[in-house]
Write a new protein. Structure first.
Length: 413
């Protein structure tokens, strides 16, 4: 058993190791671009040398050439429309480390969350542990709060994604893409290498969430306690393979469970089921092609879930459907990289985590370009045009059309 003095010596050694000019620190002297978390790889380093601290931040302005200040998307970006201005969209700090050859930890808070009317509030995004079953961590359990392995774009880091916001159709599955649960993942070594290649630098990958994955999670979305006695169950399968220089990853995923529309999510007087608990089931198909130079990401999902019905002023179980296609192209100009892209998306269904399980009908297109003059800075400009119906008890008849020009500066560190 360590004494108090021994504990202090270990802590001091940990600090000195971070300050010392070791080869480990020399290799990380230049900050790398933010990327999706990867599966643990066996490490013989002492635990205090295995930690890595990185992150990214995003600042936006959305109101150039705006044609309708009532055209909005609460889940996309709260600074759209009326009273919007400069906005810190994300301010992430990530701590990760292989503390044991078969134990990997990952912690990510966001210092730009919105809670009620307050912005720039610190809130947990990820905290999980990957426990390797074998020495190569081909089989592992992920325990904690993390992204639910359902949609490719949901799993893709916001630092890698080209469009400024995730598509409504797939992102409506989980608020902030995350929940608390346990997932069992299988990723062969060869597949892990391909996933790492996709997620590093400009690969625009989704990270390693398992070639085959099955798991259970609460189902009320991130940072919210479970509200019923039913866990959600999810399963996903994907396989990246090479065709020439291109890496192609098809995938399929599904989940099922029960979702409870809690008191704080309902307007006074709205009708619904006696226990306010609804079926929440989906199936999603994905095709991802790495931009080398042409890239494509297409997803479509169908299912059912809670949705507000303005004709009956009630929340009911209704069908949902929708998806998107994003086409991109990589242009290398010396050390500078450009990614022009276009995305078209549609969605018809509810968003269970919004007020009264708000009903949505989306038909939007966006055209933009991402410019990377260095690994530590990115600038995205995007023109967005949309036609959206979003209705709840307070807005039972609400159809908005409009366009706007959006700018985002991203800093990777």
């Amino acid at each position: 058993m360590f004494s108090y003095t021994s504990s202090r010596m270990v802590a001091a050694l940990a600090v000195l190791s971070l300050l010392a000019p070791t080869s480990v620190r020399a290799q990380s002297a230049a900050p790398a671009p933010a990327s999706a978390p990867q599966a643990p790889a066996a490490s013989s380093l002492p635990w205090y040398q295995s930690f890595r601290i990185r992150g990214y931040g995003q600042i936006r302005y959305n109101r150039l050439f705006e044609t309708n200040d009532q055209f909005a998307c609460e889940q996309c970006d709260r600074s759209w429309g009326q009273n919007g201005g400069f906005f810190i969209r994300r301010a992430r700090l990530i701590v990760q480390g292989q503390v044991h050859p078969q134990v990997f930890i990952y912690l990510q808070p966001d210092f730009a969350s919105t809670v009620g009317t307050s912005g720039n509030v610190a809130q947990l995004r990820d905290w999980y542990v990957d426990l390797g079953v074998d020495k190569k961590n081909v089989y592992r359990f992920r325990v904690g709060q993390s992204k639910v392995p359902y949609s490719y774009e949901n799993m893709q880091s916001s630092s890698n994604r080209l469009p400024l916001d995730r598509a409504d159709a797939t992102n409506s599955a989980q608020s902030n893409e995350r929940d608390l649960g346990v997932f069992f993942m299988y990723t062969p070594t060869k597949v892990r290498a391909r996933l790492a290649e996709l997620s590093s630098g400009t690969g625009k990958g989704s990270g390693d969430y398992g070639m085959l994955t099955i798991g259970a999670f609460n189902g009320q979305t991130a940072n919210r306690p479970d509200a019923n006695d039913n866990l959600h169950v999810v399963a996903r399968a994907s396989y990246p393979f090479a065709v020439g220089r291109q890496l192609i990853e098809p995938g399929i995923a599904a989940y099922t469970g029960k979702y409870t529309v809690t008191t704080d999510q309902r307007s006074t007087g709205v009708k619904g089921r006696r226990d306010w608990t609804y079926a929440d089931d989906r199936v999603n198909a994905t095709l991802a092609i790495t931009p080398r130079p042409f890239g494509l990401l297409a997803e479509y999902n169908v299912g059912r879930g809670p949705e507000y019905n303005p004709a009956k002023d009630s929340i009911e179980t209704q069908s949902l459907r929708g998806g998107f296609v994003t086409a991109s192209y990589r242009l290398d100009r010396g050390k500078q990289i450009y990614f022009p892209f276009v995305r078209y998306q549609v969605y018809d269904g509810g968003k269970k985590h919004e007020r009264d399980a708000r009903s949505h009908e989306v038909n939007d297109i966006e055209v933009g370009v991402e410019w990377q003059p260095s690994p530590n800075f990115e600038l995205v400009t995007e023109w967005y045009r949309g036609d959206r119906r979003f209705e709840d008890k307070l807005r039972p008849r609400n159809q908005q059309r409009g366009s706007l020009f959006r700018i985002q500066a991203q800093f990777n560190y």
